[in-house]
Design a protein around this ligand. Structure first.
Ligand SMILES: Nc1ncnc2c1ncn2[C@@H]1O[C@H](COP(=O)(O)OP(=O)(O)OP(=O)(O)O)[C@@H](O)[C@H]1O
Length: 306
């Protein structure tokens, strides 16, 4: 899936213009789990609605399997399954009966219902009424419904919202399994921790714009080497030696933080050649949470994410 220059504005009831998506570029590689991350209100749902032809962009282009959307949506709609809003199931019907109704509506045989129930781990519970399902089971039934047509691309908008840790784990495992079968899974979330373990690639948006993309490892390194923390008995000569290499050196408590050096070994070598011996050398690994915070200016965990 490829998005270029996507833009969408809304008018509020006071006629104020809200730019929900602002010249967004997005590339979702085929196969694997792609996380679409951003704080609340950063434009994820609006983008997903445009990808699915549910909202019309003001500008920009969307291609799904190389086909322009919404212009030629009917050509690809059968290859796409999505959960955008809470799917409507009949509370008093069993999970299986709900899926059979949907299967009839989309013209797939009831044998397919058994396959998708099995696929999401609900076969045993297929006889239970939908209203008796846990939130996690309801979400897995929703995923089962999207699988009825055997789609190549699955789009899930915040599928782990409101789930307990066990529910999050189940949904995550289901997404991983679908990607391992060769499907493409696009999953949006404002809670990084809920998707980082399962995502092969990531796009981060803030205020409707793309602020970073790549693999989780690429985001962690930010494209450059990790800073090196150096402890030396006398900071002055060490700072001069390191700065002479063109590296940025700043105090970090009782140590020095060196940015731009290709690794701790090279820092050690430069110091030793200058007659300075470090008593501490550490490559400082960034965690994804702090990268996300730097990129979006917003914490990602729980309700604190505004
Ligand atoms: N129908 C609408 N009318 C007016 N403004 C809207 C409408 N839908 C979305 N917006 C605004 O557009 C911006 C982006 O919203 P959107 O729902 O796409 O973000 P999001 O990243 O999906 O957020 P969340 O994680 O809360 O779902 C927000 O400022 C939102 O208030």
């Amino acid at each position: 899936m490829r998005v270029r220059g996507l833009r969408k504005t809304y008018r509020t009831f006071t006629l104020r213009q809200v730019v929900a998506v602002d010249h967004l570029d997005l590339t979702v590689p085929a196969g694997g789990v792609h996380a679409f991350l951003g704080p609340n209100g950063s434009g994820k749902t609006t983008t997903i609605r445009m990808l699915l032809g549910l909202a019309r962009p003001d500008a920009g282009s969307v291609h799904v399997f190389g086909t322009p959307v919404p212009e030629r949506l009917p050509d690809v709609v059968g290859r796409v399954g999505a959960i955008v809003e809470n799917p409507k199931f009949v509370p008093g019907f069993s999970g299986r009966r709900n899926l059979r109704l949907l299967a009839t509506a989309v013209g797939v045989p009831h044998t397919r219902v058994e396959e998708v129930l099995e696929r999401v781990g609900l076969r045993e519970r297929g006889v239970d009424q939908f209203r008796r399902y846990s939130l996690g089971m309801k979400q897995r039934l929703a995923i089962a419904a999207t699988l009825l047509k055997d789609p190549d691309l699955l789009v899930f908008d915040e599928p782990t919202n409101g789930l307990d840790p066990a529910g999050i784990r189940d949904v995550r495992a289901t997404m991983r399994g679908l990607a391992d079968e060769g499907r493409t899974v696009l999953v949006s979330s404002h809670v990084l921790a809920e998707v980082e373990q399962v995502a092969d690639t990531v796009s981060v948006v803030a205020r409707g714009r793309l602020v970073a993309e790549g693999t989780v490892a690429q985001l962690l390194t930010g494209g450059g080497p990790a800073p090196v923390r150096v402890g030396v008995p006398d900071a002055g000569p060490a700072r001069d030696l390191l700065a002479a290499q063109g590296w940025t050196v700043r105090p970090d408590g009782r140590s020095l933080l060196v940015q731009g050096a290709p690794g701790a070994a090279r820092v050690n070598e430069v110091l030793a050649r200058g007659g300075v011996f470090a008593d501490e050398l550490l490559e400082v690994r960034r965690d994804l949470e702090s990268v996300f915070l730097e990129l979006t200016g917003t914490p990602t965990s729980g309700e604190g994410a505004a």
